[in-house]
Design a protein around this ligand. Structure first.
Ligand SMILES: [Zn+2]
Length: 328
């Protein structure tokens, strides 16, 4: 049987085996750690050089490129590959969230535990959707677990993004996107590569992430702002990607012709905020996708984490699932 609790991450224990999933701090009591993907709020365990960590090699490589740090004691897991530790079997599957992102299945004594990590249940230009897994215990992220978070069709949003960029260039301005270097940056790069001939100029932090994806066989075409991209940006005939660690004002101080767009699921609630426009495009499942995902996994017990974990756990209870938020 598995014991599941929150201890700066999801701590899962079975006989002779303990693993902490996406810990935010060091968790001494766990023998192992699992890192589901390369977003910085999930990668703290990479800084614990002594602990043995499981992740995909794509996630470790992206972390090394973006954080500019070396990883140590990482056991690489490929999608679909099974590993045995004592009497527990581990398997990672694609979680559809960003390049290299993984969900984790653990099996012990015929009991199946499934941790989604951050996940997307829709296909995108860069990721295939997660595949639901029949399980006994499900730990699911519920970032958008509130009924009003229902995203518009991805194709429509792609269309709006391209139209906005073309019209911005036509008016003599430069369309700029504030995006996460891992995830949205690759999706926007691919969108312009596939459907337009507009060159994509990338901030160095995004250049490193895109180049890492290409080192695994990706074919993203982009120009580094600190290299060939500088001249292209001066011409004004391009789109430019900046990391979310910058903001609209800082970009416009350097590039007065910049028009800035944010690209996030939160656009449903906060509108344009400090940017010129916002596109509702997320790397997470929305409320309706979360519900169908749980139904397809058909678990006996569901724990919700992140975002609207309590609201979503209550909804699942009303649907007849044994569910509770894990963090309380
Ligand atoms: Zn994430």
């Amino acid at each position: 049987m598995f014991s599941v609790k929150w201890q700066n991450g999801v701590l899962v224990e079975s006989k002779g085996f303990s693993i902490v999933l996406d810990p935010m701090k060091k968790v001494e009591s766990a023998d192992f750690a699992f890192i589901s993907h390369a977003h910085m709020d999930h990668t703290n365990a990479f800084t614990d050089s002594n602990k043995i960590k499981y992740s995909t090699k794509e996630t470790a490589a992206l972390y090394e490129a973006v954080a500019d740090r070396k990883t140590k004691n990482v056991v690489s897991c490929a999608y679909g590959q099974s590993l045995s530790v004592h009497d527990t079997r581990l398997k990672v599957v694609n979680s559809g969230h960003v390049f290299g992102s993984a969900a984790l299945l653990l099996v012990h004594d015929n009991v199946t535990f499934f941790y989604t990590g951050d996940f997307n249940f829709a296909n995108t230009l860069t990721q295939n959707a997660i595949s639901p897994q029949e399980c006994d215990i499900l730990v699911i992220e519920t970032t958008y677990g509130r009924p009003d978070f229902v995203f518009p069709s991805r194709e429509d949003v792609y269309d709006q993004i391209v139209q906005w960029a073309a019209s911005t260039i036509m008016h003599g301005d430069i369309p700029c996107f504030l995006v996460y270097p891992v995830g949205k940056a690759q999706e926007i790069t691919r969108l312009f590569n596939l459907f337009t001939s507009i060159p994509v100029v990338t901030h160095p932090s995004i250049t490193r992430a895109n180049a890492t994806v290409n080192s695994f066989g990706g074919d993203l075409a982009f120009y580094d702002l600190a290299g060939a991209g500088e001249e292209i940006l001066k011409s004004g005939n391009c789109v430019c990607l900046f990391p979310t660690s910058l903001n609209s004002r800082a970009i416009k101080m350097v590039y007065p012709r910049a028009r800035v767009a944010t690209v996030t699921g939160w656009g449903l609630t906060f509108g344009k905020r400090s940017a010129d426009t916002t596109f509702v495009l997320s790397s997470h499942a929305d409320y309706l996708q979360l519900l169908s995902f749980v139904k397809e996994c058909n678990p006996k017990k569901v724990y919700t984490i992140h975002g609207y974990s309590e609201i979503f756990a209550n909804k699942l209870k009303r649907l007849g699932f044994d569910s509770a938020p894990l963090e309380v």
